[in-house]
Design a protein. Structure first.
Length: 95
């Protein structure tokens, strides 16, 4: 079962694993939730890059929505533009 929880903090530290070599330990916390895991450095870098891109896109879409609403666009019009942008991103990424 998948559950979505709000996260309030993310802590990381680097360590040297006995069997796997260098690792990144990640601890995510929120109300009634603690998630602890370890990643290889390449995995940690990929997650960091994905988070950075997702944060930028979320801010862009929020700015676009607020600006379009201020200009009198309807939610249907805004949704159509955002859907086209998302479709273009999927195509650009090959799939």
């Amino acid at each position: 079962m998948t559950a979505i929880r709000d996260l309030e903090a993310v802590e990381t530290e680097h360590l040297l694993g006995d069997q796997r070599g260098p690792l990144v330990k990640m601890r995510c916390t929120g109300p009634n939730v603690v998630l602890v895991g370890q990643l290889l450095p390449a995995q940690a870098r990929k997650i960091a890059a994905d988070l950075q891109e997702a944060a930028a896109r979320a801010e862009y879409e929020a700015d676009f929505y607020q600006t379009a609403r201020a200009e009198g666009w309807t939610d249907d019009m805004i949704g159509a533009v955002v859907a086209m942008v998302c479709a273009g991103e999927v195509e650009r990424q090959g799939g």
